[in-house]
Design a protein around this ligand. Structure first.
Ligand SMILES: [Zn+2]
Length: 462
């Protein structure tokens, strides 16, 4: 069945104009003024609305075993919530533990998602140990369509790798044309600071920040980028949160290191006072790196507006407040890390970024869609609106006004970190490869239709 989207204002990373879009099969077949309705198909009136390319979340944890528990979303729930929020493609982190084989981990994540995801997806393949056997398996995984690794400089003993492993993983990535995404915090500093804080009687949620201050993150960034520079590997810093870490990344970029930078919407909108809320309420806001002092926010927004930070993700990792976050009630180091946001990222960026004038519409499209498609080799199939591209479209109603709440959201989690926040504008209709998946905030698509996106190797720049 064909879809004709009439009279919307098309906004891509590089252009803005009013035209009709004809989608036939799974792709966009034509863009023109005044296309006549197809013989069989639906006509969607988009007058007065924006038409954006489907948004891409470059950093999610839909399925995540972590600190002895599992994140609450499944591929069914997390990907529907993503679509409702305008996100048509996600990159989930495939994170086997150090005792697992990489191929077993990859197959676990494939099995969790296959036939269950409602939106399209790929994985960043976690390299949580490195030896000859895992290198051979990683080569096979790359052949299966993976173009990005994920490494942790944090989480000592659980997911984190040592420096020899880091060197070898980055060398393999360079050889294969794979970009390595990295969680940058110095794991030794984190564990020593945690120990010192607990010894001093600090068990509260605010201590989480103090165990991982900005310099600890900046040290991780500096460390990673020294290795990337020696090896000539392309790297991507996930969830960068603060000025100190940004300065290290930009200094390396000036030295010629091929580094892309992601921040997440939580750092742009929430600050560390949320994690300091009394009665353990702060636990809802515990993630790593932690929410920072508010003074970092204008720096991150400016860096986005100036193209210095490339993407905005969520690090979506939903843990229920009542039954899971509570594991850390007497010890902040035991609070499962994560602030769910997969459904709200695009709307928050629009309300708090575009409408406040911090970023313009084309920057909005770049940081929430196009740049991730480019860095992770999905462009121009994803990330833009042009003939031949997948018909992943977000018809966005700028007049909508609503309120974010756990009572109405679709994520499988018992709280919303933005409870009661107003949003202005939201997707009124979302298509995934030519099928209408969302109308007026409700999922109407085909469950399980999401596709595993095979990606070629090579590390282009955004
Ligand atoms: Zn993450």
């Amino acid at each position: 069945m064909a879809l004709l989207i009439k009279g919307g204002e098309i906004v891509t990373a590089s252009s803005r104009y009013v035209a009709d879009i004809l989608c036939e099969g799974e792709t966009i077949s034509r863009i023109d003024i005044d296309i006549s309705p197809p013989a069989r198909g639906e006509v969607i009136d988009a007058a007065g609305k924006f038409v954006f390319p489907g948004f891409i979340d470059p950093h999610t944890h839909i399925y995540l075993p972590f600190m002895g528990t599992f994140s609450k979303d499944t591929y069914e729930t997390g990907t529907k919530a993503a679509l409702i929020g305008g996100t048509t493609t996600i990159f989930d982190m495939c994170c086997p533990g150090r005792s697992e084989e990489p191929m077993d981990g990859f197959q676990t994540w494939r099995a969790q998602s296959e036939g269950r995801a409602a939106c399209d997806y790929s994985f960043h393949m976690g390299v949580t140990k490195f030896d000859e056997s895992s290198a051979a398996q990683l080569r096979e995984i790359v052949k299966a369509g993976i173009q990005s690794f994920k490494i942790f400089l944090a989480y000592k003993g659980a997911l984190g790798i040592d420096d020899a492993e880091l060197f070898q993983a980055l060398s393999l990535a360079k050889e294969l044309g794979v970009v390595t995404t990295a969680h940058c915090e110095n794991e030794t500093l984190v564990s020593e600071l945690q120990r010192a804080l607990l010894a001093a009687g600090r068990t509260d949620t605010a201590a989480h920040h103090d165990s991982r201050p900005p310099r600890v993150e900046a040290e991780g960034v500096h460390h990673l980028l020294t290795f990337a520079e020696m090896i000539g590997a392309a790297v991507y810093i996930v969830h960068l949160s603060c000025r100190e870490a940004l300065e290290e990344a930009l200094a390396a970029r000036l030295r010629g290191v091929n580094v892309s930078i992601e921040t997440v919407v939580q750092y742009l909108t929430l600050d560390k006072t949320y994690a300091e809320l009394p009665d353990f309420e702060g636990a809802k806001y515990v993630m790593s790196p932690p929410l920072r002092d508010k003074k970092h926010q204008p720096i991150l927004w400016n860096a986005l507006a100036q193209g210095l930070i490339n993407t905005v993700g969520t690090d979506h990792a939903p843990f229920d407040f009542k039954t899971q976050k509570t594991m850390g009630r007497d010890d902040f180091t035991k609070i499962p890390n994560g602030i769910p946001a997969i459904e709200d990222r695009v709307n928050l960026l629009y309300t708090h970024g575009v409408l406040t004038g911090k970023i313009d519409l084309s920057t909005f499209v770049k940081i929430a869609s196009t740049n991730a498609a480019k860095i992770f080799n999905l462009y121009p199939r994803k990330g833009t609106i042009q003939p031949g591209a997948d018909a992943d479209l977000v018809i966005f109603d700028p007049e909508y006004e609503g309120i974010l709440s756990a009572k109405t959201h679709h994520m499988n989690i018992d709280y919303n970190a933005f409870e009661g926040w107003k949003i202005h504008g939201r997707p009124s209709l979302v298509t995934l490869r030519g099928e209408v998946a969302v109308r007026d905030g409700q999922f109407v698509g085909t469950p399980g239709r999401g596709q595993f996106l095979q990606r070629k190797t090579g590390t282009p720049k955004a």
